[in-house]
Ligand binder design. Structure first.
Ligand code: GLU
Length: 261
């Protein structure tokens, strides 16, 4: 039987907290129990939010927790070419269109409905732009992002996202296209991540279908909450692994608290 492949794929836009520790430990345990592989991947395509300092701290925190993973680690910001190749493949089948709207213009024409992240659905200004015109604007150097032409795809589950951004202006990629590209390239078979990612999975499945990539097995685990039942966030100092460690908490304490004993 083929080996199962698991991954923990943090974005270095803040410190790892207990929720990340849970996800990483769970993926590692499932990999070990199945005799499979455990990968760590750094999802830093959004260079406006991600910082190399956080990447260094992620490795340090995971090592401190006692985790070990395969080398070399895939760092997404080093692989924009792979994501752009898939973007172009999607454009060639008409699944995407370039969007020239600034954030302000998109907001002004947004619909009154919202995606699962709470963002208003795009009003569709650039959807009908003829391809030749769009190509001309691109070759003239107009700043643009890329959106999924959801109506054309007719996928009911993913339609909650509207014409989602698949490559951001000034970034050249987005989380969605990068994650789907890398999971396939790295032959990830099992994706185990928090329930907060559940809605995004429908989008990832659409992209896999369009790009003719295999769909891994998805599991969404409950989110770790703080004492008052609130979702943890990267801004919450009290649950950051680094702060816990500085306060004398040991890796064994963390494993016990998260149920990994
Ligand atoms: N990079 C994403 C994050 O840190 C999670 C990616 C995933 O597990 O698919 O929120």
């Amino acid at each position: 039987m083929n080996q199962q492949v698991f991954r923990f794929a943090p974005s270095p836009n803040g410190l790892l907290h207990l929720g990340h520790a849970y996800s990483a430990l769970l993926n590692d345990r499932m990999a070990r129990e199945s005799g499979g592989r455990f990968l760590v991947r750094i999802e830093d395509t959004d260079e406006t939010r991600c910082k190399p300092e956080f990447t260094a701290m992620i490795f340090e925190d995971l090592e401190w927790l006692g985790l070990r993973w395969e080398q070399p680690v895939r760092i997404q910001s080093e692989h924009f070419d792979d994501y752009v190749a898939n973007l172009m493949a999607l454009w060639s089948v008409g699944a995407l269109y370039p969007c020239f709207c600034s954030r302000k213009i998109a907001a002004a024409h947004a619909l009154q409905s919202f995606d699962p992240d709470g963002q208003p659905h795009y009003g569709g200004t650039c959807r009908a732009l003829p391809r030749e015109l769009a190509e001309k604007r691109i070759s003239d150097g107009a700043v643009h992002g890329w959106r999924l032409n959801m109506a054309r795809l007719g996928d009911q589950e993913a339609s909650v996202w509207g014409d989602a951004v698949i490559a951001k202006r000034h970034v050249g990629s987005s989380y969605h296209i990068a994650v789907v590209t890398d999971d396939a390239l790295q032959k990830v078979t099992h994706i185990v991540r928090g329930k907060d990612m559940e809605a995004a999975t429908s989008m990832h499945k659409v992209l896999q279908r369009l790009l003719e990539l295999p769909t891994p097995n998805y599991t969404h685990h409950p989110l770790i909450t703080d004492e008052s039942g609130q979702k943890l966030s990267k801004s919450l100092k009290s649950t950051a692994l680094r702060h816990l460690r500085n306060g004398g908490v040991t890796p064994a304490d963390i494993r016990r608290r998260l149920g990994f004993d």
